[in-house]
Write a protein that binds this ligand. Structure first.
Ligand code: NAP
Length: 492
């Protein structure tokens, strides 16, 4: 048996990939290669640069608990600060030396003879590694809408995940397609200076106020000098977040929270939009929480501006200088902004071809069976593989809670390998089935029992109409930190 090139290959240099590397380094594993198709680290926060980009989970929580940042400028930090935080993490934990940029991974195949993964990049030679960690995230493949005539548009076309920093919206006639979290942040920024802005809405989104403010310098000084103060804020915020998602995860018991949030959203709408007809069009027809809600103090208010229009008639086609809707309306535009989100289920499960033991193709297997992964991380027939964005991994709180929970899982798993003097782990089929059965049971207690979710176009639902994006029952996950039963894995 030959020695693989690396002990571990991690695909993705975002926060997930960096968290995994930090954990492995803590356990004395230094022979790590981190590959990323981009030219720099930071994942989402490197790629997304559109105006208005900011977190919408308070920054005290949207950060590593072990690396608090006392310098956040606002309660909800702007995107550029997240990118700087990612750079800081890489520097602090000396991670850049592990990273190789501009490498897009095409496939990975388990070599049973050599007991290692063979990772094949789009260009260059295959790389072998004992362990493979996919940290490719969910929201990494921008989706262009399938609309007739899109390619005939003669003006500027920008997908939000590919923002052109030199684009100036001043005086332009802009059409924005999409009303998800991105559009909710971006459109009000464009509306400030555009000559005309038309928002094309297919499904209205719930929007609640964002309780945001700058963090005054004296408070930042306190955070820097007394980290316990910031930790206390984090804990308080976590409790709030837990309450926020309790209505989604434990719908039967906590649906009153969803109703309350919906009432807040409706009141917010009433206060910000004067035209009852527009209010009506902006009101979602599905339960709050079926799809990811958004937070903004400017989105609804934007529709009261004279230069902003809401278009709810479906788009029939795009012409070189305008958009035609099914009601026969035609609006002239010179800029088409695609706030149409990301392709998740088609491309990210998994993000590249992964072939395990006995030739099992992960994506094919998920599609033919059900989307599943033990504790949202590991899959039978895929030894020495962990997928951080596998089905049932995201606990829909701050993504950092998911990452840290996964770091706990890694710690325990690699400790066990050491204890067993083993090099190979594989989750048992029994453990995987038990976990899937538990997730299925919890789905029956979640908001997904509300039939309106099926009409909300939520990306929580996979192609089998199961909400396998969400890790149910993970409230308090921060406390759990990967305490899985040791016997759930085979070690060899
Ligand atoms: P999204 O939530 O998937 O929204 C895409 C929008 O485009 C939806 O309104 C969708 O309509 C519309 N759309 C897609 N294809 C269309 C078509 N062919 N015709 C008309 N409309 C079409 O994407 P996103 O807004 O980029 O957000 C994705 C996720 O990124 C968020 O849910 C969130 O998790 C994350 N995000 C986070 C932040 C933050 O925390 N700061 C900010 C932005 C994004 P339907 O609803 O009808 O499908």
């Amino acid at each position: 048996m030959s020695t693989p090139h690396y002990e571990v290959v991690i695909v993705g240099a975002g926060f997930g990939g960096m968290g995994a590397a930090i954990q492995l380094r803590r356990q004395g594993i230094d022979d790590i290669l981190i590959l990323d198709r981009e030219q720099d680290l930071g994942g989402t926060w490197h790629v997304n640069r559109y105006p208005g980009l900011a977190v919408d989970i308070a920054s005290v929580s949207y950060s590593f608990s072990f690396e608090p940042n006392p310098n956040w400028s606002r309660i909800f930090a702007p995107g550029a600060e997240l990118k700087r935080y990612a750079d800081h993490i890489a520097a602090r934990y000396d991670l850049r030396r592990h990273m190789r940029f501009g490498v897009s991974v095409r496939s990975a195949r388990w070599d049973a003879g050599q007991r290692c993964w063979v990772v094949t990049p789009a260009q260059g030679d295959p790389i072998t590694a004992r362990y493979l960690i996919a940290a490719t995230g969910y929201l990494s493949q921008p989706r262009d809408p399938e609309i007739e005539g899109l390619d005939t548009f003669a003006g500027t076309v920008i997908h939000t995940a590919n923002w052109d920093g030199s684009y100036d919206p001043a005086g332009r006639r802009i059409g924005v397609i999409g009303t998800g979290a991105t559009s909710v942040q971006l459109a009000p920024e464009l509306a400030r200076s555009a000559a005309e802005l038309t928002v094309y809405q297919r499904t209205p989104i719930w929007v609640v106020p964002k309780i945001d403010a700058p963090i005054p310098r004296p408070v930042r000084t306190v955070f820097a000098k007394a980290p316990a103060a910031q930790r206390a804020m984090r804990t308080a915020n976590t409790v709030m977040l837990e309450l926020l998602v309790a209505g989604q995860l434990r719908y039967r018991r906590f649906r009153f929270l969803n109703k309350t949030a919906a009432a807040i959203g409706r009141a917010h709408l009433r206060m910000q939009v004067s035209d009852p007809e527009i209010r009506d069009k902006l009101t979602p027809h599905y339960e709050f929480g079926c799809k990811r809600p958004t937070f903004s103090n400017h989105y609804y208010a934007m529709f009261d501006r004279p230069n902003v229009r809401l278009q709810t008639s479906p788009i029939a086609r795009i012409e070189p200088d305008g958009i035609v809707t099914a009601d026969g309306g035609r609006i002239r535009i010179d800029t088409l902004v695609l706030a149409t989100g990301f392709s998740l289920w088609e491309t990210n499960f998994p993000a590249f071809e992964i072939i395990g033991r006995e030739g099992r193709d992960l994506g094919k297997w998920w599609r033919e069976n059900r989307f599943q992964a033990y504790e949202g991380l590991t899959v039978p027939y895929f030894p020495n593989f962990l997928g951080l964005a596998n089905p049932y991994s995201f606990n829909i709180l701050s993504y950092f809670y998911t990452i840290e929970e996964q770091m706990g899982h890694l710690r325990r798993l690699f400790d066990q390998l050491k204890t067993h003097g083993a090099q190979v782990f594989e989750v048992t089929e029994e453990a995987n089935s038990r976990y899937l059965a538990r997730m299925t049971e919890l789905t029956g207690d979640s908001i997904m029992i509300n039939p309106t979710c099926l009409t909300s176009n939520t990306y929580y639902l996979d192609p089998h109409n199961e909400p396998s994006l969400v890790r149910f029952g993970a409230n308090g996950a921060m406390l759990k930190r990967g305490r899985f039963p040791i016997g759930d894995y085979d070690y060899a």
